[in-house]
Design a protein around this ligand. Structure first.
Ligand code: FMN
Length: 392
């Protein structure tokens, strides 16, 4: 892909990775992704903002073919999808210096084996003069690593936010065109990457609130020429209370737990509650993570396997606990035949959640009348809790 001009002297380069389907050997990428780098050519100095994943190094090097000098490589974040091609760029431009936060210096040396003398650290708020363009570095710790920083380009009112506010979305569009598509991709990205750092996101949103921003340029996905589109979405995901939604990740081997889940689902819907069930055997973890953003209640549903919860239910509980959603209530439903510690095992996993535990419903075998009554009670309790929270 050819460089795309954002403003005179400012272009988006980097690579769009349409065919990639898994990130960090962990995160499904239904829409591919991109590694956005930016070239800022001032009247006296030239800066390259981030690089690309080494898988796409040749795309970046081709774009730099006619760029005669780079004075600075700004490394916003040491993760290799942005920093991994720095060594190759340094080989082409041996006089270039890498500018990064104090914390990033060690990471870049550890991860990429960059020589110390190539790196200059910048302080929070420090500026860099490129001639007719001025960069201000803004430390933004924990979105999503501790060393992350943003760059603000004063003359053009562009904020480069690296992973923050980005989306895993491969598109040839420079800016957001299809808002629904980008909203979904950005929400998925927030859920999987940013949600565990909600308190830091609040601080970082606060830090940039007085900047005059015309364009937000993240390191993944299209740029925002209407910054409020993504800022308002983040405010909703981060600050607003959870919604009247129960997410039920479930797994069933022979139908007992499935029957319990269906019964509970019907009972909750009848009370005016939205239910989002996820059959864990076929669930895209990104879809589940997105659902967790807004869910007031999470119910994990599992059979007993080797005295504990089904491994897929363990994974769902682990994920919910690791992502730290705003969820207010959690519970477990499940089935066993001779003995189980699955409910205890799962409830003990929710160490990060500030959620109230509603008594689990754990039954023997296939559900019977008294078990349906217990599920009705559970649904009644959830409705009451949602009412008290003011969301039902
Ligand atoms: C591989 C396997 C291991 C099981 N291990 C246990 C166990 O350790 N303790 C127990 O009480 N039941 C155990 N069970 C029985 C199931 O938990 C029980 O039949 C439950 O009702 C299954 O729910 P489902 O129909 O939703 O799969 C096991 C069943 C299977 C297939």
């Amino acid at each position: 892909m050819k460089p795309m001009i954002i403003r005179p002297g400012v272009s988006k380069i980097g690579a769009v990775h349409f065919e990639r389907r898994l990130f960090d050997s962990l995160i499904p990428l239904p829409n591919g992704t991109s590694y956005n780098a930016y070239l800022i050519e001032g009247s006296s100095k030239t800066a390259l903002l981030d690089t690309v994943d080494p898988m796409k190094a040749e795309v970046l090097m081709e774009q730099l073919k006619d760029v005669s000098k780079i004075d600075y490589i700004i490394a916003h974040h040491a993760e290799q999808d942005h920093s991994g091609t720095i060594p190759m760029v340094l080989e082409k431009y041996p006089n270039a210096k890498v500018l990064c936060s104090q914390k990033a210096k060690g990471f870049l040396m550890d991860l990429l084996l960059l020589p110390e003398e190539k790196i200059i650290t910048v302080a929070d708020g420090e500026t860099l003069d490129l001639g007719d363009k001025t960069l201000t570095f803004i430390y933004a710790p924990w979105v999503h690593w501790p060393e992350t920083m943003f760059t603000y380009l004063k003359e053009d009112k562009i904020l480069f936010t690296c992973d923050f506010l980005g989306s895993h979305l491969a598109t040839s569009d420079l800016y957001v065109i299809d808002r629904c598509q980008v909203y979904d991709a950005a929400k998925r990205y927030y859920a999987e990457i940013m949600m565990p750092f909600r308190s830091f996101i609040e601080k970082n949103l606060d830090k940039i609130k007085d900047l005059d921003i015309q364009i937000i340029a993240p390191s993944h996905g299209p740029l925002y020429d209407d910054p409020n589109f993504i800022l308002d979405a983040y405010k909703d995901w981060v600050y607003h209370k959870p919604k009247n939604i129960v997410v039920i990740p479930y797994v069933s081997m022979h139908g007992s737990v499935k029957k319990m889940e269906e019964y509970l689902e019907t009972s909750l819907i009848a009370k005016g509650i939205k239910v989002e069930p996820f059959d864990l055997t076929v669930t895209d973890t990104g879809e589940l993570s997105m659902a967790l953003i807004d869910a007031a209640t999470i119910i994990i549903a599992t059979p007993t396997v080797l005295a504990g919860a089904h491994p897929m239910a363990v994974y769902a509980a682990y994920l919910a606990n690791a992502l730290k959603p705003k969820t207010e209530f959690v519970s477990i439903i499940g089935s066993y035949s001779w003995g189980s510690r699955a409910d205890k095992q799962l409830t003990e996993m929710f160490t990060n959640l500030k959620a109230e535990l509603i008594s689990p419903v754990f039954i023997k075998g296939y559900p019977k009348d008294e078990d349906f009554k217990a599920l009705d009670n559970l649904s009644h309790t959830i409705a009451q809790k949602h009412r008290e929270l003011g969301i039902l």
